[in-house]
Design a protein around this ligand. Sequence first.
Ligand SMILES: [Zn+2]
Length: 180
Amino acid sequence: MNILEVHHQNSLIEENYIEFRNTGQELVDVGLTKGTGGCLSKHLNEGILVSATGAQLGNLSKKDLSLIKEVRNNKIYWMGDNKPSSESPLLFELYLSIPNVKTIIHGHCPRITYDKKMQKYATPAYVRYGCFGEGKKIANILEQNGGFVILRFHGEISIGESLKESFKKLKQKMEEAHER
Ligand SMILES: [Zn+2]
């Protein structure tokens, strides 16, 4: 890592911070996730910008954004102050398998996750947490479901062209879960 890379990383964070912070706050405000659950991410030319592991999604600081530069032999190479989300292997594989995805949000909303009628959007099996090799299974379901999937007994994933769009998709599913 050289000094130019560090400067570049800082400017990427500057450019994207407000969007991450605002979306994270909205997610928590409407109950789509809470505490340190879930993550936000965005695919940039330089890599994948992702919220850090242990970050409070409702109150992100600039230090909570890490940049995944590269993945080789299932090892994640990243820059930043804090380790990228533990769901990074899954995020990476989804970006790789689905073309034109710019953003992925992962939330933990029990109201959706465990709702009976929402199970039509769920993966058939439990998805192992933080492991490589799970992305391909989920990518197909995401594409069939219009960019949304429930990781069985775990949480939600939504993809989009912007964090706003991914957020909107999640919120619509929450409304659907509330419909009776
Ligand atoms: Zn999760």
